[in-house]
Design a binder for this molecule. Structure first.
Ligand code: GLA
Length: 386
C-alpha cells in the first residue's frame, strides 16, 4: 500500500516539475516573440536613397524606432503611470522634413558634438579648418554631420534585448576632420526598459571626436506642450559658463546659489526666467554641466521626471559632460508629427558628451583619438514610472 502511495507521490512530483518547466518555456517563447525588430520603408532621400525604419520592441511594450538616415530615433513609446504607451520624443513623419528642417531631432551627432570656436583647432602643429555653421562657430560636425549620413545596419535579437548596430566610415578630411574614422553605434533596448547607446570608433590618423545622441524628450507625450513642469536632476557641482556665441569661457563655475543647481530635483521652469547673464546668453539652459565622479566610469548622471504622466527618465553615462538644452531655438515654425507645432521649449535634450570646444581648451579632458586607440563610451536611458 505504502509503495503505491510512494509511486503516486513520485508521479505527482514529476508532473509538477514538467508543468513548471513548460510554463517557463512558454514564458520564454512569449518574451522572445515580443522582443523583436520590425523593418519598414521610411522614405527616399532627395538624392534617391531608400531609408528604412527599424522598430525595436521589448517584452513590456516599449518601442524605439530608428532610421538609417542620421541614426535618428524617430519615435520612442514609453508607458505612463497608468500603463499607457505614448511617443515621448520630438520628430517628423516624413524623411524630407528631417532633411530640410530638423534641429537635430533624435540624431546621432559627430564627429564633434557641440561647438568648436570659429571652426578651428590645432592638432600636432597642424591647423584644421571646419565649416562655420552656427554664427561664427562650428556645430555638431558641420554641414553634413553624422546626423545626415546613411548608416549601415545590422540587427541582433535575443530573448532579453534587441540591438541595432549602425556603422559608418567617415573618410579622411570629411567635413575637415583628419583620419579615416570607423564608427559603430549600437542601440540596445532591453526588457528593463533601458536603451543603451554604445559608441565605438577607431582612426588611422590622430583626430578629435565627441559623439552624442540628440533626442528631444517631452515626457508628457503632449509634444506641443512646454517642458517647464518637468523636474530635472543633474549630478554636477559645476557647469561651464559660455560667451554670447555659446562657447565655454574655459572657467568651471560652482552651481551653488545659481539657477544651474540641479543637484536636487528642480522644476525646469523654476529659475529659467531669472535675470542671469548665463541664461540670457543661452536664451534659457543651453550649457554643459561638469558631471561629478568622472573617474567612476558609468554612473548615474541625470534624471527627468514628468509629474503629469509619472514618467521618469534616468541617465547613466561614462562621459564627463552633459549638455542640458531646453529647446530655446524652437519657435513654433516647425510642424510636429501630430499635426501641431513644436513650440518654444516643447522639448529638452540631455546630451552626454565631452565639453564643447575641448580641442581648443587644454585644461578640458582630452578629445583626441590616436591610431591604435579605441574610442568606446556608453550612455543608458532608463525609464520607469512613479
Ligand atoms: C545643441 C546646442 C543648441 C542647439 C541645438 C540644436 O543642443 O547646444 O545650442 O544648437 O543643439 O538646435
Amino acid at each position: 500500500m505504502s509503495s503505491i502511495f510512494g509511486y503516486m507521490k513520485n508521479i505527482y512530483v514529476l508532473v509538477l516539475i514538467l508543468t513548471v518547466i513548460s510554463c517557463e518555456n512558454i514564458k520564454k517563447k512569449k518574451n522572445m516573440s515580443l522582443v523583436n525588430i520590425e523593418k519598414e520603408f521610411f522614405g527616399k532621400t532627395s538624392d534617391g536613397t531608400d531609408v528604412s525604419q527599424y522598430t525595436l520592441k521589448n517584452s513590456n511594450g516599449m518601442h524605439v524606432s530608428v532610421i538609417n538616415y542620421g541614426g535618428i530615433i524617430t519615435s520612442w513609446k514609453a508607458k505612463d503611470r497608468d500603463g499607457n504607451y505614448k511617443d515621448i520624443v520630438l520628430g517628423f513623419n516624413d524623411l524630407s522634413e528631417y532633411e530640410s528642417s530638423s534641429p537635430y531631432f533624435g540624431a546621432l551627432i559627430g564627429r564633434y558634438g557641440n561647438r568648436i570656436k570659429e571652426g578651428k583647432f590645432n592638432l600636432d602643429g597642424v591647423e584644421y579648418t571646419l565649416a562655420v555653421n552656427n554664427g561664427e562657430n562650428h556645430l555638431h560636425g558641420g554641414l553634413k554631420g553624422f546626423d545626415k549620413v546613411i548608416w549601415d545596419i545590422e540587427e541582433d535579437v535575443n530573448e532579453s534585448s534587441a540591438s541595432l548596430v549602425l556603422s559608418y566610415l567617415s573618410n579622411d578630411m570629411e567635413e575637415g576632420y583628419p583620419g579615416n574614422l570607423d564608427v559603430k553605434v549600437t542601440y540596445t533596448l532591453s526588457n528593463n526598459d533601458e536603451l543603451k547607446v554604445r559608441y565605438e570608433a577607431e582612426t588611422d590618423r590622430s583626430t578629435v571626436i565627441n559623439l552624442t545622441q540628440h533626442t528631444y524628450f517631452n515626457l508628457s507625450a503632449d509634444l506641443s506642450r512646454h517642458i517647464l513642469d518637468h523636474q530635472i536632476t543633474i549630478y554636477a557641482d559645476s557647469f561651464l559658463p559660455i560667451d554670447s556665441t555659446l562657447i565655454p569661457t574655459g572657467e568651471l563655475k560652482d552651481v551653488e546659489g545659481t539657477p544651474f543647481d540641479f543637484r536636487e530635483l528642480k522644476r525646469v521652469g523654476d529659475d529659467i526666467n531669472e535675470s542671469d547673464r548665463q541664461l540670457t546668453f543661452g536664451n534659457g539652459y543651453d550649457h554643459c554641466w561638469v558631471l561629478n565622479n568622472q573617474d567612476e566610469g558609468i554612473r548615474f548622471v541625470a534624471s527627468a521626471y514628468d509629474p503629469l504622466s509619472g514618467r521618469l527618465l534616468e541617465i547613466f553615462s561614462d562621459q564627463p559632460g552633459l549638455q542640458f538644452y531646453t529647446g530655446n531655438f524652437l519657435d513654433g515654425t516647425i510642424k510636429s508629427k501630430n499635426d501641431g507645432i513644436y513650440d518654444f521649449r516643447s522639448g529638452f535634450c540631455l546630451e552626454t558628451q565631452h565639453y564643447p570646444n575641448s580641442p581648443n581648451e587644454k585644461s578640458f579632458p582630452s578629445v583626441i583619438l590616436n591610431p591604435g586607440e579605441k574610442y568606446d563610451t556608453e550612455t543608458i536611458f532608463r525609464f520607469s514610472t512613479r
